[in-house]
Design a protein around this ligand. Structure first.
Ligand code: ADP
Length: 429
Protein backbone atom coordinates (compact mmCIF):
# COMPACT_ATOMS: atom_id res chain seq x y z
CA UNK A 1 0.00 0.00 0.00
CA UNK A 2 1.38 3.42 -0.88
CA UNK A 3 2.02 5.73 2.03
CA UNK A 4 2.32 9.48 1.89
CA UNK A 5 2.82 12.26 4.40
CA UNK A 6 1.23 15.70 4.24
CA UNK A 7 2.26 18.73 6.28
CA UNK A 8 -0.58 21.21 6.78
CA UNK A 9 -0.14 24.83 7.85
CA UNK A 10 -2.57 26.37 10.30
CA UNK A 11 -6.11 26.95 9.01
CA UNK A 12 -5.72 24.77 5.96
CA UNK A 13 -7.30 21.49 4.92
CA UNK A 14 -6.44 18.34 3.02
CA UNK A 15 -9.29 17.45 0.65
CA UNK A 16 -9.66 13.82 -0.23
CA UNK A 17 -11.92 11.87 -2.57
CA UNK A 18 -11.90 8.12 -2.08
CA UNK A 19 -13.60 5.77 -4.51
CA UNK A 20 -16.04 3.11 -3.39
CA UNK A 21 -13.78 0.25 -4.45
CA UNK A 22 -10.72 1.46 -2.52
CA UNK A 23 -9.88 1.79 1.13
CA UNK A 24 -7.72 4.57 2.46
CA UNK A 25 -6.24 4.86 5.94
CA UNK A 26 -5.71 8.26 7.48
CA UNK A 27 -3.53 8.93 10.52
CA UNK A 28 -2.86 12.15 12.42
CA UNK A 29 0.86 11.98 13.23
CA UNK A 30 1.38 15.32 14.99
CA UNK A 31 -0.70 18.41 15.76
CA UNK A 32 -4.49 18.62 15.75
CA UNK A 33 -7.02 18.06 12.97
CA UNK A 34 -10.75 17.54 12.52
CA UNK A 35 -13.17 16.20 9.94
CA UNK A 36 -16.40 18.21 9.71
CA UNK A 37 -15.91 19.31 13.32
CA UNK A 38 -14.99 15.96 14.87
CA UNK A 39 -11.44 15.89 16.21
CA UNK A 40 -9.04 13.13 15.16
CA UNK A 41 -7.06 11.26 17.77
CA UNK A 42 -3.29 11.08 17.25
CA UNK A 43 -1.82 7.84 15.89
CA UNK A 44 -5.17 6.21 15.23
CA UNK A 45 -5.88 4.74 11.80
CA UNK A 46 -9.18 5.94 10.37
CA UNK A 47 -10.42 4.03 7.36
CA UNK A 48 -12.53 5.50 4.54
CA UNK A 49 -14.17 4.18 1.41
CA UNK A 50 -16.54 6.00 -0.98
CA UNK A 51 -16.18 9.35 0.78
CA UNK A 52 -15.30 12.94 -0.02
CA UNK A 53 -13.82 14.64 3.03
CA UNK A 54 -11.77 17.55 4.28
CA UNK A 55 -9.24 17.13 7.10
CA UNK A 56 -8.98 20.62 8.55
CA UNK A 57 -6.41 21.93 11.02
CA UNK A 58 -6.62 25.11 13.08
CA UNK A 59 -3.01 24.99 14.31
CA UNK A 60 -1.12 22.86 11.77
CA UNK A 61 -0.53 19.10 11.63
CA UNK A 62 1.21 16.20 9.96
CA UNK A 63 -0.99 13.54 8.34
CA UNK A 64 -0.21 10.15 6.89
CA UNK A 65 -2.30 8.59 4.14
CA UNK A 66 -2.09 4.91 3.21
CA UNK A 67 -3.77 3.88 -0.02
CA UNK A 68 -4.76 5.73 -3.16
CA UNK A 69 -7.22 8.61 -3.26
CA UNK A 70 -8.79 9.68 -6.56
CA UNK A 71 -8.32 13.33 -5.54
CA UNK A 72 -5.99 14.73 -2.87
CA UNK A 73 -4.84 18.32 -2.42
CA UNK A 74 -4.25 20.96 0.24
CA UNK A 75 -6.39 24.11 0.28
CA UNK A 76 -5.37 27.16 2.27
CA UNK A 77 -8.53 29.10 1.60
CA UNK A 78 -11.54 27.81 3.49
CA UNK A 79 -14.64 29.45 5.00
CA UNK A 80 -13.95 27.74 8.34
CA UNK A 81 -13.46 31.00 10.29
CA UNK A 82 -16.96 32.15 9.29
CA UNK A 83 -18.37 28.71 10.21
CA UNK A 84 -16.66 28.91 13.59
CA UNK A 85 -18.02 32.42 14.13
CA UNK A 86 -21.51 31.14 13.35
CA UNK A 87 -21.04 28.45 15.98
CA UNK A 88 -19.86 31.07 18.49
CA UNK A 89 -22.93 33.23 17.78
CA UNK A 90 -25.19 30.18 18.31
CA UNK A 91 -23.32 29.35 21.51
CA UNK A 92 -23.92 32.91 22.67
CA UNK A 93 -27.65 32.32 22.16
CA UNK A 94 -27.40 29.11 24.21
CA UNK A 95 -25.76 31.02 27.04
CA UNK A 96 -28.53 33.63 26.89
CA UNK A 97 -31.39 31.12 26.86
CA UNK A 98 -32.78 32.49 30.10
CA UNK A 99 -33.97 35.46 28.05
CA UNK A 100 -35.71 33.18 25.57
CA UNK A 101 -37.82 30.79 27.67
CA UNK A 102 -34.81 28.54 28.12
CA UNK A 103 -34.90 27.77 24.40
CA UNK A 104 -31.64 27.47 22.46
CA UNK A 105 -31.31 28.43 18.79
CA UNK A 106 -33.44 26.69 16.18
CA UNK A 107 -31.33 26.85 13.08
CA UNK A 108 -32.48 26.11 9.53
CA UNK A 109 -29.72 25.54 6.96
CA UNK A 110 -30.88 26.27 3.42
CA UNK A 111 -29.11 26.30 0.07
CA UNK A 112 -29.03 24.53 -3.28
CA UNK A 113 -27.78 20.95 -3.68
CA UNK A 114 -24.11 20.28 -3.03
CA UNK A 115 -23.10 23.43 -1.19
CA UNK A 116 -22.14 21.66 2.03
CA UNK A 117 -25.37 21.87 4.05
CA UNK A 118 -24.96 18.44 5.62
CA UNK A 119 -21.25 19.06 6.27
CA UNK A 120 -22.04 22.40 7.93
CA UNK A 121 -24.77 20.74 10.01
CA UNK A 122 -22.24 18.15 11.20
CA UNK A 123 -19.72 20.85 12.01
CA UNK A 124 -22.16 23.00 14.00
CA UNK A 125 -23.43 19.92 15.84
CA UNK A 126 -19.90 18.69 16.59
CA UNK A 127 -18.80 22.07 17.90
CA UNK A 128 -21.91 22.21 20.11
CA UNK A 129 -21.23 18.65 21.38
CA UNK A 130 -17.64 19.62 22.13
CA UNK A 131 -19.02 22.29 24.45
CA UNK A 132 -21.09 19.64 26.24
CA UNK A 133 -24.31 20.66 24.51
CA UNK A 134 -26.90 18.08 23.45
CA UNK A 135 -28.41 19.44 20.24
CA UNK A 136 -31.05 17.74 18.13
CA UNK A 137 -30.26 17.10 14.48
CA UNK A 138 -33.29 17.30 12.24
CA UNK A 139 -32.77 15.95 8.74
CA UNK A 140 -35.44 16.97 6.26
CA UNK A 141 -33.43 15.95 3.21
CA UNK A 142 -35.54 13.04 2.03
CA UNK A 143 -33.26 12.34 -0.94
CA UNK A 144 -30.25 11.44 1.16
CA UNK A 145 -30.98 10.13 4.60
CA UNK A 146 -27.84 11.04 6.54
CA UNK A 147 -29.34 9.32 9.56
CA UNK A 148 -31.35 6.34 8.38
CA UNK A 149 -32.50 5.52 4.88
CA UNK A 150 -33.33 7.87 2.06
CA UNK A 151 -37.03 8.79 2.00
CA UNK A 152 -37.21 9.51 5.75
CA UNK A 153 -37.56 12.67 7.77
CA UNK A 154 -35.70 12.26 11.04
CA UNK A 155 -34.86 13.90 14.34
CA UNK A 156 -31.89 12.65 16.35
CA UNK A 157 -31.00 13.83 19.84
CA UNK A 158 -27.20 13.83 19.94
CA UNK A 159 -25.25 13.25 23.10
CA UNK A 160 -22.00 11.77 21.79
CA UNK A 161 -19.47 13.08 19.31
CA UNK A 162 -20.21 12.26 15.68
CA UNK A 163 -18.05 9.36 14.49
CA UNK A 164 -15.17 10.35 12.20
CA UNK A 165 -15.42 7.32 9.95
CA UNK A 166 -19.14 6.70 9.99
CA UNK A 167 -20.55 10.21 9.96
CA UNK A 168 -23.59 10.23 12.17
CA UNK A 169 -22.50 6.88 13.55
CA UNK A 170 -23.29 3.24 13.22
CA UNK A 171 -25.97 3.48 15.87
CA UNK A 172 -27.78 5.96 13.68
CA UNK A 173 -27.83 3.68 10.68
CA UNK A 174 -29.07 0.69 12.63
CA UNK A 175 -32.68 0.28 13.65
CA UNK A 176 -33.85 2.98 16.01
CA UNK A 177 -33.69 0.88 19.14
CA UNK A 178 -34.59 2.10 22.59
CA UNK A 179 -31.60 2.81 24.77
CA UNK A 180 -29.03 3.45 22.07
CA UNK A 181 -27.01 6.64 22.38
CA UNK A 182 -28.30 7.92 19.09
CA UNK A 183 -31.98 7.22 18.73
CA UNK A 184 -33.37 8.71 15.58
CA UNK A 185 -37.04 9.35 15.33
CA UNK A 186 -38.04 8.62 11.76
CA UNK A 187 -41.14 9.22 9.69
CA UNK A 188 -41.52 7.72 6.29
CA UNK A 189 -42.07 9.99 3.30
CA UNK A 190 -40.87 7.66 0.58
CA UNK A 191 -40.12 10.10 -2.25
CA UNK A 192 -36.83 11.75 -3.24
CA UNK A 193 -38.13 15.35 -3.42
CA UNK A 194 -40.66 17.33 -1.33
CA UNK A 195 -42.22 18.21 -4.68
CA UNK A 196 -43.30 14.61 -5.25
CA UNK A 197 -45.98 14.88 -2.59
CA UNK A 198 -45.92 18.31 -1.02
CA UNK A 199 -48.96 17.78 1.15
CA UNK A 200 -47.55 14.63 2.74
CA UNK A 201 -44.12 16.23 3.13
CA UNK A 202 -45.54 19.23 4.99
CA UNK A 203 -47.75 16.98 7.11
CA UNK A 204 -44.74 14.94 8.21
CA UNK A 205 -42.62 18.05 8.85
CA UNK A 206 -45.38 19.33 11.18
CA UNK A 207 -45.62 15.95 12.89
CA UNK A 208 -41.85 15.74 13.37
CA UNK A 209 -41.79 19.29 14.75
CA UNK A 210 -44.51 18.46 17.29
CA UNK A 211 -42.57 15.40 18.43
CA UNK A 212 -39.35 17.39 18.72
CA UNK A 213 -41.19 20.06 20.74
CA UNK A 214 -42.51 17.43 23.11
CA UNK A 215 -39.02 16.03 23.55
CA UNK A 216 -37.61 19.51 24.20
CA UNK A 217 -40.23 20.17 26.86
CA UNK A 218 -38.91 17.20 28.84
CA UNK A 219 -35.22 17.54 28.08
CA UNK A 220 -33.72 20.74 29.42
CA UNK A 221 -30.21 20.12 28.10
CA UNK A 222 -31.52 19.56 24.57
CA UNK A 223 -33.86 22.54 24.85
CA UNK A 224 -30.98 24.85 25.76
CA UNK A 225 -28.79 23.38 23.04
CA UNK A 226 -31.39 23.90 20.31
CA UNK A 227 -31.83 22.21 16.97
CA UNK A 228 -29.97 22.19 13.67
CA UNK A 229 -32.20 21.49 10.67
CA UNK A 230 -30.65 20.20 7.46
CA UNK A 231 -32.83 20.66 4.38
CA UNK A 232 -32.92 19.38 0.85
CA UNK A 233 -31.68 21.60 -1.96
CA UNK A 234 -35.01 22.81 -3.34
CA UNK A 235 -34.89 26.60 -3.71
CA UNK A 236 -37.52 27.35 -6.38
CA UNK A 237 -41.06 28.63 -5.60
CA UNK A 238 -42.06 25.25 -4.11
CA UNK A 239 -38.79 25.20 -2.18
CA UNK A 240 -39.67 28.60 -0.67
CA UNK A 241 -43.07 27.23 0.41
CA UNK A 242 -41.34 24.25 2.00
CA UNK A 243 -38.85 26.55 3.77
CA UNK A 244 -41.68 28.79 5.05
CA UNK A 245 -43.52 25.74 6.34
CA UNK A 246 -40.40 24.43 8.14
CA UNK A 247 -39.77 27.84 9.72
CA UNK A 248 -43.29 27.90 11.11
CA UNK A 249 -43.41 24.25 12.19
CA UNK A 250 -40.07 24.35 14.03
CA UNK A 251 -40.32 28.00 15.21
CA UNK A 252 -36.98 28.62 13.50
CA UNK A 253 -35.14 31.71 14.77
CA UNK A 254 -31.93 31.50 12.73
CA UNK A 255 -31.70 30.85 9.00
CA UNK A 256 -28.32 30.06 7.49
CA UNK A 257 -28.33 30.62 3.71
CA UNK A 258 -25.38 28.70 2.32
CA UNK A 259 -23.67 29.41 -0.96
CA UNK A 260 -26.44 31.36 -2.72
CA UNK A 261 -26.69 35.17 -2.76
CA UNK A 262 -30.24 35.45 -4.07
CA UNK A 263 -31.57 32.88 -1.63
CA UNK A 264 -29.98 34.90 1.17
CA UNK A 265 -31.57 38.17 0.08
CA UNK A 266 -34.95 36.44 -0.41
CA UNK A 267 -34.73 34.94 3.08
CA UNK A 268 -33.96 38.41 4.50
CA UNK A 269 -36.91 39.93 2.61
CA UNK A 270 -39.36 37.16 3.49
CA UNK A 271 -38.42 36.25 7.05
CA UNK A 272 -36.27 38.84 8.78
CA UNK A 273 -39.24 41.03 9.63
CA UNK A 274 -40.64 38.29 11.85
CA UNK A 275 -37.55 38.56 14.05
CA UNK A 276 -35.59 35.71 12.47
CA UNK A 277 -31.83 36.21 12.16
CA UNK A 278 -30.66 35.48 8.62
CA UNK A 279 -26.98 34.60 8.16
CA UNK A 280 -25.11 34.29 4.89
CA UNK A 281 -22.27 31.80 4.60
CA UNK A 282 -20.04 31.00 1.64
CA UNK A 283 -19.78 27.55 0.14
CA UNK A 284 -16.44 25.86 0.70
CA UNK A 285 -14.37 25.40 -2.46
CA UNK A 286 -13.95 21.81 -1.38
CA UNK A 287 -17.60 20.79 -1.60
CA UNK A 288 -17.91 18.27 -4.33
CA UNK A 289 -20.83 17.93 -6.71
CA UNK A 290 -22.11 14.41 -6.55
CA UNK A 291 -23.43 12.92 -9.76
CA UNK A 292 -26.31 10.47 -9.78
CA UNK A 293 -23.97 7.46 -9.96
CA UNK A 294 -22.15 8.59 -6.80
CA UNK A 295 -25.45 9.29 -5.02
CA UNK A 296 -26.73 5.87 -5.99
CA UNK A 297 -23.55 4.23 -4.68
CA UNK A 298 -23.79 6.18 -1.43
CA UNK A 299 -27.38 5.02 -1.11
CA UNK A 300 -26.37 1.39 -1.68
CA UNK A 301 -23.60 1.73 0.89
CA UNK A 302 -26.11 3.13 3.38
CA UNK A 303 -28.56 0.29 2.83
CA UNK A 304 -25.78 -2.27 3.09
CA UNK A 305 -24.56 -0.74 6.35
CA UNK A 306 -28.07 -0.79 7.77
CA UNK A 307 -28.21 -4.57 7.46
CA UNK A 308 -24.56 -5.62 7.61
CA UNK A 309 -23.01 -2.82 9.70
CA UNK A 310 -19.66 -1.19 9.03
CA UNK A 311 -16.17 -2.72 9.13
CA UNK A 312 -15.88 -1.30 12.65
CA UNK A 313 -19.14 -2.73 13.93
CA UNK A 314 -20.36 -5.57 11.77
CA UNK A 315 -23.94 -6.80 11.97
CA UNK A 316 -25.41 -10.09 10.85
CA UNK A 317 -28.93 -9.60 9.56
CA UNK A 318 -31.63 -12.16 10.23
CA UNK A 319 -33.49 -13.88 7.45
CA UNK A 320 -37.19 -14.57 8.05
CA UNK A 321 -39.89 -16.18 5.92
CA UNK A 322 -43.13 -14.21 5.88
CA UNK A 323 -46.56 -15.19 4.58
CA UNK A 324 -48.08 -12.66 2.22
CA UNK A 325 -51.18 -12.50 4.40
CA UNK A 326 -49.20 -11.72 7.58
CA UNK A 327 -48.37 -8.20 6.44
CA UNK A 328 -50.00 -5.26 4.72
CA UNK A 329 -47.79 -3.48 2.23
CA UNK A 330 -48.83 0.15 1.92
CA UNK A 331 -48.16 2.98 -0.46
CA UNK A 332 -49.15 6.57 -0.14
CA UNK A 333 -50.47 9.12 -2.58
CA UNK A 334 -51.12 6.72 -5.40
CA UNK A 335 -53.87 9.04 -6.56
CA UNK A 336 -51.39 11.79 -7.23
CA UNK A 337 -50.00 9.71 -10.06
CA UNK A 338 -53.41 9.50 -11.70
CA UNK A 339 -54.89 12.34 -13.75
CA UNK A 340 -57.60 14.27 -11.89
CA UNK A 341 -60.23 12.89 -14.24
CA UNK A 342 -59.40 9.39 -13.04
CA UNK A 343 -60.02 10.21 -9.41
CA UNK A 344 -63.33 9.22 -7.84
CA UNK A 345 -65.97 11.94 -8.05
CA UNK A 346 -65.71 14.28 -5.08
CA UNK A 347 -62.15 13.29 -4.25
CA UNK A 348 -59.78 16.05 -5.10
CA UNK A 349 -56.08 15.67 -5.73
CA UNK A 350 -55.13 17.06 -2.33
CA UNK A 351 -57.02 14.29 -0.56
CA UNK A 352 -55.58 11.61 -2.80
CA UNK A 353 -52.03 12.82 -2.12
CA UNK A 354 -52.25 11.44 1.40
CA UNK A 355 -54.50 8.51 0.64
CA UNK A 356 -53.04 5.20 1.76
CA UNK A 357 -53.46 2.23 -0.57
CA UNK A 358 -52.68 -1.43 -0.03
CA UNK A 359 -50.26 -3.03 -2.47
CA UNK A 360 -50.64 -6.70 -3.45
CA UNK A 361 -47.42 -8.55 -2.52
CA UNK A 362 -45.69 -10.27 -5.43
CA UNK A 363 -42.54 -10.54 -7.52
CA UNK A 364 -42.38 -6.76 -7.88
CA UNK A 365 -41.30 -6.51 -4.23
CA UNK A 366 -38.05 -8.40 -4.87
CA UNK A 367 -35.02 -6.32 -3.74
CA UNK A 368 -37.27 -3.66 -2.22
CA UNK A 369 -36.37 -1.92 1.00
CA UNK A 370 -39.58 -1.47 3.00
CA UNK A 371 -40.10 0.74 6.03
CA UNK A 372 -41.75 -0.99 8.99
CA UNK A 373 -44.34 1.24 10.65
CA UNK A 374 -44.91 1.24 14.40
CA UNK A 375 -48.68 1.48 13.74
CA UNK A 376 -50.89 -1.26 15.14
CA UNK A 377 -53.96 -0.49 13.10
CA UNK A 378 -54.77 0.85 9.70
CA UNK A 379 -56.40 4.20 10.42
CA UNK A 380 -56.03 7.23 8.19
CA UNK A 381 -54.45 9.70 8.55
CA UNK A 382 -52.87 8.48 11.82
CA UNK A 383 -50.91 5.71 10.14
CA UNK A 384 -49.10 8.26 7.98
CA UNK A 385 -47.99 10.10 11.07
CA UNK A 386 -46.79 7.03 12.96
CA UNK A 387 -43.02 6.73 13.30
CA UNK A 388 -40.91 3.85 12.06
CA UNK A 389 -39.65 0.75 13.82
CA UNK A 390 -36.98 0.11 11.17
CA UNK A 391 -36.49 -1.36 7.70
CA UNK A 392 -36.55 -4.76 6.03
CA UNK A 393 -35.17 -5.96 2.72
CA UNK A 394 -37.04 -8.42 0.50
CA UNK A 395 -34.37 -10.92 -0.56
CA UNK A 396 -36.63 -13.58 -2.11
CA UNK A 397 -40.23 -13.83 -3.30
CA UNK A 398 -41.90 -17.26 -3.49
CA UNK A 399 -44.91 -16.38 -5.59
CA UNK A 400 -46.39 -19.90 -5.70
CA UNK A 401 -46.20 -20.39 -1.93
CA UNK A 402 -47.33 -16.80 -1.31
CA UNK A 403 -44.32 -16.16 0.91
CA UNK A 404 -41.28 -13.92 0.90
CA UNK A 405 -37.92 -13.97 2.63
CA UNK A 406 -36.89 -10.76 4.28
CA UNK A 407 -33.72 -9.53 5.97
CA UNK A 408 -33.98 -7.53 9.14
CA UNK A 409 -31.40 -6.32 11.65
CA UNK A 410 -33.38 -7.83 14.55
CA UNK A 411 -33.94 -11.52 15.28
CA UNK A 412 -37.29 -13.28 15.36
CA UNK A 413 -40.63 -12.52 13.79
CA UNK A 414 -41.10 -8.96 12.74
CA UNK A 415 -43.81 -7.88 15.13
CA UNK A 416 -45.20 -5.10 13.03
CA UNK A 417 -47.78 -5.63 10.32
CA UNK A 418 -47.71 -2.46 8.23
CA UNK A 419 -44.83 -1.97 5.84
CA UNK A 420 -44.37 1.07 3.62
CA UNK A 421 -43.22 0.68 0.07
CA UNK A 422 -41.29 3.62 -1.37
CA UNK A 423 -39.00 3.81 -4.35
CA UNK A 424 -35.97 2.19 -2.68
CA UNK A 425 -34.54 -0.93 -4.30
CA UNK A 426 -31.23 -2.58 -3.56
CA UNK A 427 -29.49 -5.52 -5.19
CA UNK A 428 -27.34 -7.22 -2.57
CA UNK A 429 -23.84 -7.83 -3.82
P1 ADP B 1 -25.27 19.32 0.61
O1 ADP B 1 -25.78 18.85 1.94
O2 ADP B 1 -25.40 20.80 0.44
O3 ADP B 1 -25.83 18.58 -0.56
P2 ADP B 1 -22.80 18.06 1.48
O4 ADP B 1 -22.45 18.67 2.78
O5 ADP B 1 -23.44 16.72 1.50
O6 ADP B 1 -23.68 19.07 0.59
O7 ADP B 1 -21.45 18.05 0.60
C1 ADP B 1 -21.35 17.46 -0.68
C2 ADP B 1 -20.14 16.54 -0.74
O8 ADP B 1 -18.95 17.31 -0.59
C3 ADP B 1 -20.12 15.51 0.39
O9 ADP B 1 -19.63 14.28 -0.14
C4 ADP B 1 -19.14 16.10 1.41
O10 ADP B 1 -18.54 15.10 2.20
C5 ADP B 1 -18.17 16.81 0.50
N1 ADP B 1 -17.50 17.98 1.12
C6 ADP B 1 -18.09 18.96 1.84
N2 ADP B 1 -17.18 19.88 2.21
C7 ADP B 1 -15.97 19.47 1.73
C8 ADP B 1 -14.64 19.99 1.76
N3 ADP B 1 -14.35 21.15 2.38
N4 ADP B 1 -13.67 19.28 1.13
C9 ADP B 1 -13.95 18.11 0.50
N5 ADP B 1 -15.17 17.58 0.42
C10 ADP B 1 -16.18 18.24 1.03
Amino acid sequence: MTSKEWILDEESELRLEIDFDTKVKLRLVTGTAEIFGTELGQNIDYEFSGRKIAVFTWHGCKLQIQGTCSVEYIANETPMISYLNTHLALEQRRVMTSQNNGQGPRVLIVGPNDVGKTSLSKLLLSYALKQSRQPIYVDLDCSEGSITMPGCLTATPLTEMIDVEEGFGSSATSAPTAGSAVMPLAYYYGFPSPKDNLKLYNLLVSRLAQTVDRRLEEDEAARKSGIIIDTNGLIDATGYQVIAHCIKAFSVDVIVALGHERLYSDMVRLHQKSGIAVVKLAKSGGVVERDSAFRRQTQNQKIREYFYGTPKSELAPYSTMINYHDVDILRVGEGSLAPSSALPIGEDRKVSETHVVKVEPGEHLLHSVLAVSNADKMAEPEILETNLAGFIYVSEVHEVRKKMTVLSPCPGRIPKKFWWQGSLKWAED
